[in-house]
Write a protein that binds this ligand. Structure first.
Ligand SMILES: Nc1ncnc2c1ncn2[C@@H]1O[C@H](COP(=O)(O)OP(=O)(O)O)[C@@H](O)[C@H]1O
Ligand SMILES: O=C(O)C1=C[C@@H](OP(=O)(O)O)[C@@H](O)[C@H](O)C1
Ligand SMILES: [Mg+2]
Length: 198
């Protein structure tokens, strides 16, 4: 058995990671799975496995179609990973967990149907800044929303979306300049604390 840097929290609800593009939402989810053994799903990866690459969807069917697939996928995943009320107690005592950590694309919370579905989850918002994400977004062609000028587009989208991120957040993590292990350990501690207070 591998050494863990701490016990995972018994999740009573799905934990959903939101925040601007390249903040590290998908990366953090992977680290939460690796370090603590949480079940992790990346909504964009599910979209890609079901419907093809994000660039292709944007190019061939447009942003509107992508948003539809995003809503369908996230609502589907959140529905499938919700514990029936009578199982919540079993989960809290450490038996089977239907709950997961889910990372979603930066634009997902802007969709009212998704925002509504997030109401019964623990929403984790990664708060970051341009300086931190700049090396990650320059010269990257995998995010169609950042074209044609990644720096200007990232900033404008973050400004427009920030109030929604803040409104939905249950837990806010400041991530600039921090190693990912550090952020993962803080999130685990916050989740342990969250469950105690639930
Ligand atoms: N805390 C961090 N420290 C170092 N690199 C990071 C950190 N968070 C993210 N990254 C890097 O940024 C890249 C983009 O992160 P990603 O998780 O895909 O962002 P998001 O899902 O929020 O768009 C990752 O592949 C990783 O290389
Ligand atoms: O912010 C957005 O509108 C988008 C963010 C991307 O996900 P990440 O935030 O994981 O990069 C992906 O869903 C798509 O390219 C659109
Ligand atoms: Mg991502």
């Amino acid at each position: 058995m591998e050494h863990h840097p701490g016990q995972p929290a018994a999740l009573l609800k799905p934990v959903v990671i939101i925040g601007p593009m390249a903040a590290g939402k998908s990366f953090l989810g992977m680290w939460m799975a690796d370090l603590f053994g949480y079940t992790f799903i990346d909504a964009d990866q599910v979209i890609v496995s079901r419907h093809g690459s994000i660039q292709e969807i944007f190019l061939e069917q447009g942003e509107e179609r992508f948003r539809e697939l995003e809503r369908e996928t996230i609502c589907d995943l959140l529905g499938a990973h919700r514990l029936p009320a009578h199982d919540v107690h079993a989960n809290a005592s450490g038996t089977d967990s239907g709950a997961m950590i889910l990372s979603v694309g930066g634009g997902a919370p802007m969709n009212p149907a998704i925002a509504h579905a997030l109401a019964d989850t623990v929403v984790v918002y990664l708060q970051t800044d341009l300086e931190t994400v700049l090396p990650r977004i320059t010269g990257s062609f995998t995010r169609p929303m950042l074209r044609p000028d990644p720096q200007a587009r990232w900033s404008a989208l973050y400004e427009a979306r920030r109030p929604t991120f803040e409104r939905l957040a249950d837990i806010t993590l400041d991530v600039p300049g921090r190693p990912i292990q550090d952020i993962a350990i803080e999130l685990n501690n916050r989740l342990l604390h969250w469950e105690e207070n639930a």
